[in-house]
Design a protein. Sequence first.
Length: 449
Amino acid sequence: MSMQVGDAVSRLSHGELLAIARTKLLEVLQHHAVAAGVRLEFGQRRGVGDVDADLIIAADGVGSVTRTELADQFRPQITTGKGLYLWCGTDFALPSAIFTPVTTEHGTFVAHAYPYAPDRSTFLIETDETTWRNAGFDVTTENVGPLDSDTQSLKYLQDAFAATLGGHPLIGNRTRWLKFRTVTCERWHAGNVVLLGDAAHTAHYSIGSGTKLAMEDAIALDRGVREASSLEEALTAYETARRPGVEYLQSIAARSELWWESFPGRIDMPVDQLMVAYMTRAGKVSLERFAQSAPDVARRGLADYGDVRPDEVPDSEVGEWVLRRPLRRNGFTAPTRVADGSLRSDAGTAVVEVHVDSAWGAAADELIDGIPTASMVWLTGPPQRDAVLTRLDVGERLRQAGHIVVVEAPDACQSDLSAGLVSLRTDLVHIVDGAVIGGALDDVHAATV
Ligand SMILES: Cc1cc2nc3c(=O)[nH]c(=O)nc-3n(C[C@H](O)[C@H](O)[C@H](O)COP(=O)(O)OP(=O)(O)OC[C@H]3O[C@@H](n4cnc5c(N)ncnc54)[C@H](O)[C@@H]3O)c2cc1C
């Protein structure tokens, strides 16, 4: 997997990229369904009222009509992302998965592209709403028919990403600009109807886990039905088994979505350092774990951060090393990245309690607008890990606005603070005694990015 900004490339060479075409996956699933005695019917839309069955499994996707019809029981919440994405393909296999931004006269577009067959790759291209309007894509989106592709956008993006495409075309399949919808439901079952997959929950595509979640749901539902003595018990067991894992991945996905929506602000980072920022963006992969799994990239990224040669970066205990680096920024210097408590009471320091859920929403905008143009901002707030990660994200926005930022957190979050420093989410950290509450780094889940 690689990150490419202009001519600079950061490449992770370990591990195999595994992928399967949707059509192939459906073929495999249909083959097993038929072998198990399922009668498949295609091309017909069904509602709950049309089906007479002991159990109705509504796996009818993100726009689930079943979820809408029974909304008073499932109590769904749907939030729409700020960015726009367009999903298409090309007719050759890229050598590896690649993330690459391109800035045109209208703004920045970022491609997430990966091979999935010997002659096919997916291209998923995203942008912000201003760029989308600047390029006239609000008009092309409005004019494209429901069964057509937005050929004007595809042509524009084909030219913009010509270097990555190497002369190959972008191919649409009812391709149009969309906004990602995150679905959560208070309940996943009501009577003999149960939601499964995207109908019940979605997770932003940048963590590539939606299909995995849907398939894991199916496995858990099957187990619930086999092991329980009543339908209600089976459906309750299914929901109890699946909720923690789904909600965990949804929280990672939400952070990842916001990271990509704010990506253009990081485009000037050295590319290996950007790769570290990407890998640690959602708090799922720790700096230490990344340094173990991709030592060369991590070493170069850390060297960029510490302004040293790569061979001066240690092989182990990188988190500690990160904290010991000196700071020189905007005329401000400090011997290490651990802020002295006395800075907090300096006249030029704004101490800000952060209680927002996200660093990029309206509440965060208000918080940031209210901060005086002080040279230093000291961010404090609740000890929960989630709150610390959000403080670091707020810190990144403030750094980009030119402030020197200190983030305060319990010592149990030291690993997040080190990752935050390398990823330019803060300049300094202040570590206080105390336990972190909730959501410690989970290395079991950390295998999937
Ligand atoms: C841009 C993008 C990229 C993604 N990339 C990845 C990835 O790399 N890896 C990954 O794991 N996930 C990825 N996902 C997520 C993944 O696509 C979904 O999570 C997954 O398809 C969900 O499966 P599902 O069966 O729940 O729903 P769907 O795949 O949406 O299937 C629902 C089906 O129900 C049918 N249907 C709907 N209503 C009715 C009705 N009334 N009667 C009969 N049939 C009906 C639909 O036609 C459809 O065939 C991506 C998502 C997006 C948006």
